[in-house]
Design a protein around this ligand. Structure first.
Ligand code: HEM
Length: 375
């Protein structure tokens, strides 16, 4: 029944210990009215604060027997289940097809651009981008789905869902208090993640600083959310030898220890040589994602496993819905993705099918609405 605070210095759902379920939704704004956009953000803020506290949206009791209830009802009687709602603004909110619909063009953070094309990308436009995003995380899927459903309902006439993704099974830990979970490759994921307790590194790599972008001071204390829908060729992976699987990841499957030795939390020794070259192979994921191979960069990963059924050949449409929070996408995400997409041996088993980047405004103080400093 645990609940998290909605108000705070930063939005919840970033350093919050990763919950087990995700409902992520991308919205397009369907009006040109700045007032309607602001009214939506006010209404979303109010509803988000209520739902995060485990309360119903609007009046709990029906106001009229002849109108629909204020809340859709499926979470009535359920505890908050650790619900967090995290809101983001996409590049197209500031300018879409050359049009500045809301008078925001001059306030677009320099880092907020459509992500570049990466080697091997096979993106579906219907699963990519969007003017706004909402990340709902909870330990009960019904609570996460209820939250997105009610926000979409409140936004009817102002926003339309562009695409959405359900996730089960967190693929990261964001607190040292959590056990490392596993992704659908069967490997522990989140071992070396940036964690809530590492406050100095969070300042360096996650939270946007006051002077990062003088034209976009409204984003100070916020972050950027990168989302990538990454399909896995699961059936092929399942026919791959354990030796090959471990060599591609760079860690052992049983314990998540680096192939250079030790236990799960031993620092990988990328220089240690075996008879056939480095014990952590040159094309392994962990080597290529490691800070020493990326100008010291770390990021806060917060992804989820997904399965969207099976295709007509009976193959699972499944993978990892990768979510990361970074201070500067151009420094802390794009170079690493370029390196992984080009060299990571795992890429043979992966296909990036969706993508998006959003600026995540700082936390909301009581009486304010989310993103208020932008308007
Ligand atoms: C580490 C899997 C995509 C960045 C890891 C680990 C696994 C893993 C098993 C080792 C455990 C850990 O430290 O968390 C995967 C899978 C992916 C994927 C299955 C895709 C389906 C990505 C992407 C990025 C990324 C797209 C960033 C662009 C990292 C980083 C680490 C890591 C930064 C920690 C490296 C270190 O500090 O040693 N990943 N990953 N991963 N991954 Fe991924």
């Amino acid at each position: 029944g645990l609940g998290y605070a909605f108000h705070g210095e930063h939005q919840a759902g970033i350093v919050t210990p990763a919950q087990d379920r995700l409902h992520f939704a991308s919205f397009d704004v369907t009006t040109d009215s700045r007032d309607a956009l602001v009214a939506l953000l006010r209404a979303w803020t109010e509803a988000a604060a209520a739902m995060t506290a485990g309360k119903a949206v609007g009046s709990a009791t029906a106001t009229s027997y002849d109108s629909p209830p204020g809340d859709t009802g499926e979470a009535l009687g359920l505890p908050p289940a650790g619900l967090t709602l995290t809101f983001g603004f996409g590049p197209t909110l500031f300018e879409k097809d050359g049009v500045d619909r809301f008078g925001l063009r001059d306030r677009r953070p320099a880092g907020l651009r459509r992500l570049p094309h990466f080697p091997g990308d096979d993106l579906d436009p219907a699963r990519s981008d969007g003017d706004l995003c909402v990340q709902a995380c909870a330990n009960d899927p019904q609570v996460a789905v209820h939250a997105i459903r009610n926000l979409a309902r409140i936004g009817f006439g102002t926003v339309a869902v562009r695409w959405a993704q359900l996730g089960f099974g967190r693929t990261s830990s964001t607190s040292r208090s959590q056990q490392t979970p596993r992704n659908l490759l069967g490997f522990k994921d989140g071992t070396a993640n940036l964690k809530a307790e590492e406050t100095a590194d969070l300042e360096t790599f996650v939270w946007v600083g006051h002077d990062d972008d003088p034209a976009a001071r409204w984003l100070a204390g916020g972050s950027y959310l990168v989302a990538r829908r990454i399909n896995m060729h699961i059936e092929t992976w399942d026919r791959t030898s354990l030796r090959e699987q471990e060599a591609l990841v760079g860690r052992d499957r049983a314990h998540g220890a680096p192939l250079s030795g030790g236990t799960e939390h031993t620092e990988p020794d990328l220089d240690l040589q075996g008879s056939a070259g480095p014990l952590v192979p040159l094309n392994s994921h962990v080597r290529l994602a490691h800070p020493t191979q990326n100008d010291g960069t770390r990021m806060l990963r917060r992804g989820y496993n997904f399965t969207d059924g099976s295709d007509s050949l009976g193959r699972l449409d499944a993978g990892l819905f990768f979510v990361a929070f970074v201070r500067d996408p151009d420094r802390h995400y794009v170079p690493m993705q370029n390196q992984l997409s080009a060299k990571d041996g795992l890429m043979e088993y992966l296909q990036h099918t969706g993508s998006g980047l959003w600026a995540v405004p700082p936390g909301v103080r009581p009486g304010e609405y989310v993103g208020q400093a932008l308007f």
